[in-house]
Ligand binder design. Structure first.
Ligand code: T5A
Length: 210
């Protein structure tokens, strides 16, 4: 594959969407062909799954393993319909969340079996890994406060207990230790422009984008 898959990860409100927008504009200004996408919801089918996953329905709670399977279904469709064809066409893909989200949220957060998650990630991606994953490291309280500042309602997962979000944060820290070459930590507490400079530096150093 000629293109590059750059994934942004982190807890709720850590600034992924903001940084992906900045990064996309920067890369395009360099003449690089960019695709911005996300999980869940990077395809038409995925948009339906995203709604099922994130809308809060107190009468119909989603079982943890069902949730895991829905994220895997979203990813499988996304990889086949968007990621592989665009990588083959040489695009640089900026993806909001990928396999590490499932390990962090359904593994560390929900406590589901890690080997089961590994198997499902492998089936859903058919072996497609990111070229680099940028982990925007931010305290969960700060991220949730940012979300509350901009939106009147929180989605099903954002409404989970703070202990759930802390386990996810811990999960990302452990994943970054386990995969030091693929996952790069970025301090997401800084101003938007400073975080963007860190993103630029890492992409220049590690992916030689310029
Ligand atoms: N999920 C997903 C799983 O459980 N398993 C999986 O396998 C996958 C793929 C997705 C949900 O699904 C879960 C994780 C999530 O709960 P989502 O709506 O895509 O849901 O939620 P998030 O990915 O968390 O995206 P958010 O929009 O909530 O957060 P972002 O994109 O990280 O943050 P952003 O850029 O929107 O910024 C939030 C606010 O902070 C401000 C922004 O202006 C905005 O107001 N901000 C800053 N403020 C100060 N300083 C900075 N540096 C700032 N950067 C941004």
């Amino acid at each position: 594959m000629n293109g590059k898959l750059i994934v942004f990860e982190g807890v709720e409100g850590c600034g992924k969407t903001t940084q992906i927008q900045f990064c996309s504009e920067w890369l395009q200004s360099l003449g690089i062909s960019v695709l911005v996408t996300r999980e869940p919801g990077g395809t038409s089918l995925g948009l339906h799954l995203r709604r099922l996953l994130l809308e809060k329905s107190p009468d119909q709670p989603i079982a943890d393993r069902t949730e895991l399977l829905l994220y895997a279904a979203d990813r499988s469709q996304h990889v086949e319909e968007e990621l592989r064809p665009n990588l083959a066409a040489g695009k640089t893909i900026l993806c909001d969340r990928y396999t590490d989200s499932t390990i962090a949220y359904q593994g560390y957060g929900r406590g589901l079996d890690m080997s089961l998650i590994g198997q499902l990630n492998s089936i859903a991606t058919n072996g497609l890994e990111s070229d680099i994953t940028l982990w925007l490291d931010l305290d969960v309280e700060v991220g949730l406060a940012r979300k509350r500042g901009t939106s009147t309602t929180l989605d099903r997962i954002e409404q989970e207990a703070i202990t759930f979000h802390r386990r996810i944060q811990q999960g990302y820290a452990e994943l970054a230790k386990i995969h030091p070459y693929r996952i790069v930590r970025i301090d997401a507490n800084a101003d938007v422009e400073i975080v963007h400079k860190q993103v630029q530096k890492i992409l220049i150093e590690k992916l030689k984008v310029i």
